[in-house]
Ligand binder design. Structure first.
Ligand code: PLP
Length: 388
């Protein structure tokens, strides 16, 4: 029987009922502007500051170090461009990795056009940045190391704590894009000792259009938006109380559900093991240090796009690359960076499950996906069994 299985949680997630319920009053009677001093304003201001405290409590930092933005991209842009602008006198060199999200890579490329120099570190075959490479890349004019916490395509979790330590030994700031990590694994800025960290609401069952940037107090970062005095004068714009309450509620819910990630991991491993029985398949990314819900698998001799469309016809949502680049036919820069040749990178599927996924959903993917791969290969003139 056909069912609907959403297995693209790295692209986005549904808004949870609890989050929706928490947000609704701010679209109705609590419509006040959080900057207004009268009671209608205070009705919006109090929950906003409570949301900041909730997030700070979970990330283990001060509420004054939490800034609300509109999305992960904005937080990433602010961290990198803000650091670049504020520290240009010290230097213009930034270190990042080749497998970052475009929110980081394109920001670095934009800065290169402004005279900054960027080192894009290689990763190993599992997508790990080697901390020694970070050490060797740091120069006297290096101002920032920006390495993501967990990769959005292959789920590899980086040794950020060690990378931050190495950066600090040389007085260099460390920023981590934790958009895929927050809500899926425990994240503490105190433990990681990073200077900046970003995450986004729509990856953790809050709405699209809300993000967070943690900036450790004392970090020299240029203000993002000039205007009113919101976000301590650093990111102006009337606060979106509803979404801010939404992201805090979602984070709290996600953290409370973290023990359930063991079950998600088990489902992930069962699914991966079954899919790897398909001939000419390989798992991309690390087996051990991997996000609990991420599977990235390459099926040689097929096109990922055709697989995606046939899965869709069976009611299964998966992706072939990151959401932002999945409308491009270029192979994923992440898969190329871990050493996959173009033909293997093309036939890759990213399947990202969550605690909403059930064992029946996994059974359904196991039932449907291997025959889809077989069907596509049966039509392929390059599949070894079809060659005469
Ligand atoms: N960073 C990573 C690792 C992501 O996966 C994404 C979204 O896919 C972003 C940044 C951008 O987040 P947003 O969609 O909130 O702008």
């Amino acid at each position: 029987m056909k069912r609907f299985v959403y297995a693209d949680n790295a692209a986005t997630t549904s808004v949870s009922p609890k989050v929706l319920e928490a947000m609704l009053p701010f679209f109705g009677e609590n419509y006040g502007n959080a900057m207004s001093l009268y009671s209608k304003g205070r009705e919006a201001k109090k929950p906003l500051e409570e949301a900041r405290e909730t997030i700070a409590g979970i990330l283990e930092c001060k509420p004054s170090e939490i800034y609300f933005t509109s999305c992960g991209c904005e937080s990433d842009n602010w961290a990198i461009k803000g650091t670049a602008l504020a520290n240009a006198k010290k230097g213009k060199h930034i270190i990042t990795s080749k497998i970052e999200h475009p929110a980081v890579l394109e920001t670095c490329r934009a800065l290169e056009k402004q005279g900054y120099e960027v080192t894009y570190l290689d990763v190993d075959e599992n997508g790990f940045v080697n901390p020694d490479d970070v050490k060797n890349a740091i120069r006297d004019d290096t101002i920032l190391v920006a390495v993501m916490y967990a990769n959005n395509e292959i789920g590899t979790i980086q040794p950020i704590k060690e990378i931050a330590r190495i950066a600090h030994e040389r007085n260099v700031y460390c920023f981590t894009d934790a958009v895929q990590a927050v809500g899926n694994i425990p994240v503490s800025v105190k433990d990681l000792d990073v200077d900046m960290l970003s995450f986004s609401g729509h990856k953790i069952h809050a709405p699209k259009g809300i993000g967070v940037l943690y900036i450790k107090s004392g970090t020299r970062v240029f203000d993002l938006i000039d205007g009113g005095g919101q976000e301590r004068g650093r990111r102006a714009g009337t606060e979106n109380t509803a979404y801010i309450v939404g992201i805090a509620t979602a984070l709290k819910e996600a953290v409370e559900a973290l023990p359930d990630m063991k079950r998600v991991e088990k489902m992930r491993d069962r699914l991966a093991d079954e899919l790897l029985k398909v001939p000419y398949s390989r798992l991309n990314g690390s087996r051990e240090n991997r996000l609990p819900g991420n599977i990235n698998i390459s099926f040689e001799y097929i096109e990922g796009e055709s697989m995606l469309l046939l899965c869709d016809m069976d009611g299964i949502c998966i992706s072939t690359g990151s959401a932002c680049s999945s409308n491009s036919l270029e192979p994923s820069h992440v898969l190329l960076a871990i050493g996959l040749p173009h033909e293997k990178a093309h036939g890759s599927a990213r399947i990202t499950i969550s605690h909403q996924t059930t064992d029946e959903d996994i059974d359904y993917i196991i039932e449907k996906l291997p025959p889809i791969v077989k069907r596509l290969r049966d039509m392929s003139p390059i599949y070894p069994a079809n060659r005469t």
